[in-house]
Design a binder for this molecule. Sequence first.
Ligand SMILES: *Cc1c(COP(=O)(O)O)cnc(C)c1O
Length: 364
Amino acid sequence: MDHYKLLTPGPLTTSATVKQAMMADWCTWDDDYNIDIVQKIRFQLIELATTKKGYSSVLMQGSGTASVESVLGSAIANNEKVLVIDNGAYGKRMAQICQVLKVNHQVIHYTETTQPSINEISEALAQDKTITHLAMVHCETTTGMLNPVEEVAAICRQANIVFILDAMSSFGGIEFDIGNLDIGFMISSANKCIQGVPGFGFIIAKHSLLEQCKGQAKSLSLDLYDQWQTMENSQGKWRFTSPTHVVRAFAQALKELAGEQGISARSKRYAKNQSLLVHGMRELGFEPLLPTQLQSPIITSFLSPQESQYDFKRFYLALKSQGFVIYPGKVSNADCFRIGNIGEIFPEDIEKLLSAIAKSRYWL
Ligand SMILES: *Cc1c(COP(=O)(O)O)cnc(C)c1O
């Protein structure tokens, strides 16, 4: 029997060929590995992110959070300050990183179902002229909300603020050009919309801003500048043991993204998956948590059924036995569950999932 499909925000279902790419061992000192694979990946990531010049990329060991921590802990000098926008668990995590690393910061908090206010952000920047950076999540995976990246980018550009974007769950799944948005640092990871496996994250950043990170890191292993310099000067070498198998899988995933005709085609598949999902779920009596205009095409939160006998664990196991793994909710003020539609997931899978859910409802 096929392994079940992951309808989760990552790790997600990958293709058989991506998994196959991990079935060999590689030497990190050998040219086959460094020059052929790592440097190509770094170059391809920049090409996917922007058509503008002046950007470079850095790969960083660890889960996505390590890359976020690397940026926040390296980019903001002691006499600088970052404004963190929090409307979900990942915005909160950025604020927490600043707190732990003792990075000067200020946070604007919103509830998880509220979009950040452009006016409030403008005002905060106008009121505190010591703010030099702004950090926001693109797709808040907590709820599936898409944050107003273009509007915030415009404010940052006007106010001469460096925009740090956590595009972990959106890069590769939604079309945007970080150069057009003038983003300073964009962060994502291997196991989201590029459809690789977990093990490293990556940062695509302005060359000039990476230069400024020199000597500022608050961590040794997450020093963004040192990692970048080593990759630049030693032809793709990682400072410490690199996740070789994961990197091989990622190179294959990039090949498959190109084979699918790039981000524009992939984003259309995801959007189709998501609209089929919401339409089908509505027919089955489920309601999405967010209004359509705030919803991303990546992951959707649905309100839990009102029936008193509903139990997430039983619902989850009923779906798992039919080949689908869904995700618990993460919203503090609403009882919900989440269904992701990224990864090697196609409209046929969504149709099958909907039939499985229709059956599972009888067992609630
Ligand atoms: C997945 C994700 C992260 C990183 O999470 P890890 O568990 O560290 O990989 C960060 N931000 C967002 C928005 C995410 O979706």
